[in-house]
Design a protein around this ligand. Structure first.
Ligand SMILES: [Zn+2]
Ligand SMILES: [Zn+2]
Length: 111
């Protein structure tokens, strides 16, 4: 079961949507990464890692962090200040550098 949230910046109204479970993946016999999507539970059971979306709190770049080989810096600006988009609540907005992200209470979505 995946759950989505939306965070809205109180300053510039920038909205970021995130899913709770990222993008689970498995490797095939050739070592190629494939993503498994719901509701393919047979493939999900083979998953060994997870690429989860993160956002850089310095430049606003969105990028994937691989659970098996996690990034420690933003690939765009090199900042170490980034957060998982699903846990963005209370983080400073990188776009206006002024507001803070809060969850949108009217947005709720389950797949
Ligand atoms: Zn903002
Ligand atoms: Zn950055």
């Amino acid at each position: 079961m995946a759950e989505a949230v939306r965070y809205v910046c109180g300053g510039c109204q920038m909205a970021i949507e995130a899913w709770s479970d990222g993008n689970p993946y498995y490797l095939d016999d050739d070592g190629i990464k494939h993503y498994a999507y719901h509701p393919d539970h047979e493939l999900l059971d083979r998953c060994i890692g997870n690429d989860s979306p993160h956002i850089c709190l310095a430049c606003g770049a969105e990028f994937m962090v691989d659970s098996l080989a996690p990034e420690t810096t933003c690939p765009k600006c090199g900042s170490g200040d980034f957060a998982a988009t699903f846990h963005l609540g209370g983080q400073r907005c990188p776009f206006c550098k002024n507001g803070v992200f809060t969850p949108d209470p009217n947005y709720h979505c389950i797949s």
